[in-house]
Write a protein that binds this ligand. Structure first.
Ligand SMILES: NC(=O)c1ccc[n+]([C@@H]2O[C@H](COP(=O)([O-])OP(=O)(O)OC[C@H]3O[C@@H](n4cnc5c(N)ncnc54)[C@H](OP(=O)(O)O)[C@@H]3O)[C@@H](O)[C@H]2O)c1
Length: 331
């Protein structure tokens, strides 16, 4: 298939490109040429998807068989895709499990669960999904919606529960305690990008996936404390976790702890049954420990782990919570 990816050099899309090549597709990436190089044999079209007219004209002229959009974030981006890809036979939209919100009627959350997104990111992805579904029902636009949960890889790095911050890895290295939210036991699903790529490519290749939405998750889950402990095991040092109530974290600095407030403090458990049923080659093989080891190695190689001695907020917060006795010690 002649396939175009909008993106192609990102955290997930780098792996998608590799799997597309492995499966013999003719691959083109559309991006601004700012975020990295592409493997040999991949064609690149340099452009900006927000330059709508040029993006749509270029895509219309190319007449690709299939397209995957990794950077569609709202209804306007989706409408632009519908104009750009009128002649494709398969179109995959990368959405997110954040479209569900965190208020669940049943677990594991299946694809037909009401969508109660409360972040602007999640709400905007819902509006994009609705454009694609409307077009599918109105004119057969061949859209497949993929909703990944946390999908980690070398480019993203190893996230933690409470903040968008990588200094926790250096704290472990140096034997310093790390902060978590509440008892640190919120449930979450983690998927390595190399496994995720088979879900995207499988969805692109199948007629029976068109018009469907899929959670892109492994069939297992972890509690965040296990995730943090796995990092400790890999690094070879155990440190205590100090739990602080989510309300305290957000009262102190809502921006710093946004990722926790938006998602990671809550139990998330999405059903993988539908994607396992319809896309048999999506069978994640990379264990959490293997995946985290690969990402940690790449972060170390690239010098992307900040020196925690230069960052004060975590020690300050631990000190304050001890003074106020507003914490839970998790050994
Ligand atoms: N990772 C997760 O845990 C997770 C979970 C759920 C959903 N998602 C979804 O995954 C998607 C991100 O995928 P990813 O990780 O592969 O991407 P990414 O790491 O965000 O990389 C973005 C890619 O898009 C290109 N790009 C950025 N802005 C562009 C523009 N204006 N015009 C053309 N190209 C542009 C970049 O190349 P240039 O900079 O060179 O243009 C790069 O190739 C998002 O839709 C996100 O919502 C991720």
């Amino acid at each position: 298939m002649r396939v175009v990816i909008i993106g192609g050099t990102g955290n997930i899309s780098t792996s998608i490109v590799r799997v597309l090549l492995e499966k013999g597709h003719d691959v083109t990436c559309f991006n601004r040429g700012k975020s990295g190089t592409l493997p040999e044999g991949v064609r690149q079209i340099i452009g900006d998807r927000y330059d709508r007219e040029s993006f749509e004209k270029t895509m219309q002229a190319e007449k690709f068989d299939g397209a995957i959009d990794m950077i569609c974030f709202n209804a306007e981006d989706a409408e632009s895709d519908v104009r750009a890809f009128q002649s494709v036979g398969h179109f995959v939209f990368c959405s997110t499990t954040c479209t569900y919100g965190v208020d669940y009627d049943w677990l594991p959350t299946t694809e037909d669960h009401p969508q109660r997104a409360f972040t602007s990111y999640g709400k905007n992805k819902v509006t994009a999904e609705r454009v694609f579904l409307r077009e599918y029902y109105a004119s057969g636009f061949p859209a497949v919606i993929i909703r990944p949960s946390t999908t980690y890889g070398n480019k993203l790095g190893l996230l933690r529960q409470i903040a968008w911050d990588y200094s926790w890895l250096d704290r472990i290295r140096k034997g310093k305690p790390i902060l978590v939210s509440g008892d640190g036991k919120a449930i979450h699903q983690f998927l390595h990008v190399d496994d995720a790529a088979y879900g995207f490519v499988g969805a692109l290749e199948r007629d029976n996936c068109i018009g469907q939405a899929y959670n892109l998750v492994r069939d297992d889950f972890y509690q965040f404390d296990t995730y943090h402990r796995t990092a400790m095991e890999i690094i070879g040092r155990e440190v205590p976790m100090i739990g602080i109530p989510l309300d305290t974290l957000t009262a102190i600095d809502v921006k710093r702890f946004q990722i926790c407030f938006d998602e990671f403090a809550f139990n998330d458990y999405y059903s993988s049954a539908k994607i396992y049923r319809d896309i048999p080659e999506f069978r994640p093989k990379i264990s959490l420990k293997e995946g985290m080891t690969m990402v940690l190695d790449s972060m170390e190689r690239d010098g992307r782990i900040p020196n925690s001695d230069d960052i004060r907020w975590e020690d300050d917060l631990i000190e304050l919570s001890m003074k106020l006795r507003d914490y839970k010690f998790i050994g």
